[in-house]
Design a protein around this ligand. Structure first.
Ligand SMILES: N[C@@H](CCC(=O)N[C@@H](CS)C(=O)NCC(=O)O)C(=O)O
Length: 215
């Protein structure tokens, strides 16, 4: 398979973890979101929304939207399962995924940052205040969910889609320089997951397109 992604993309990070957990090798095609590679007409044929990730299956089919890709991978490669058997636990996992994927992440993506600074004329400081605010509010929501339901991982003692969605979000807080002390459960699960090579190798800092000057 081929994965169009970018080192900093939290949505691509989710998919990299899933591919690693499922033991599926993949080639990474770096799509530089700052340079605007996502708007290349050839890429738009694969992802008309102009965002990453896009997964190209072994049959050459292009799949968009990280949650749809995660569920596809879990259905086609069922081991290890990334959803618990109990319907209530599955609902909690999906709720946690949505906190990260639908409510937090879209507020800080490049197109929103660009709109705030270039189109609305806000300063970098104002942009950073926006990012800091929504990152903290997001972590508060994640911590509240985790402190009620987590075991070793975000739902009980097995890795689930909840971890695949939350861990990139917690990792992003470090990139945005938001301290994790107020979110001890999220920090604990982040540290546990980072001991697993499937997560560790998927982190932004391990990607071939991670900038030299940030190493
Ligand atoms: N809901 C989408 C989000 C995709 C998305 O916004 N990806 C970001 C990177 S994490 C992107 O490509 N942004 C390009 C832009 O904002 O111009 C998913 O989960 O796949």
């Amino acid at each position: 398979m081929k994965l169009y992604g970018y080192w900093r993309s939290l949505a691509a990070f989710r998919v990299r973890i899933a591919l690693n957990l499922k033991g599926q090798p993949f080639d990474v095609i770096s799509t530089d979101l700052i340079k605007g590679d996502q708007f290349d007409p050839e890429y738009l044929k694969l992802n008309p929304q102009g965002v990453v990730p896009t997964l190209i299956t072994d049959d050459g089919v292009a799949l968009n939207q990280s949650m749809a890709i995660l569920e596809y991978l879990d259905e086609v490669y069922p081991e290890p399962s990334l959803l618990p058997a109990d319907p209530l636990a599955r609902a909690r996992v999906r709720a946690l995924c949505m906190i990260a994927v639908a409510d937090i992440h879209p507020l800080v993506v490049p197109r929103i940052r660009k709109y705030i600074t270039q189109d609305m004329g806000h300063s970098e400081d104002e942009l950073n205040a926006w990012i800091g605010n929504w990152t903290k509010k997001g972590l508060e929501a994640i911590e509240a969910h985790l402190s009620a339901h987590a075991g070793t991982y975000s739902e009980g003692d097995a890795i689930s889609l909840g971890d695949l969605c939350v861990i990139p979000q917690v990792g992003a807080a470090a990139l945005f320089k938001v301290p994790l002390d107020p979110y001890p459960t999220a920090k604990r699960i982040f540290d546990t997951c980072m001991e697993n090579p499937a997560f560790f190798d998927a982190r932004p800092q391990a990607q071939p397109d991670f900038p030299e000057d940030m190493k």
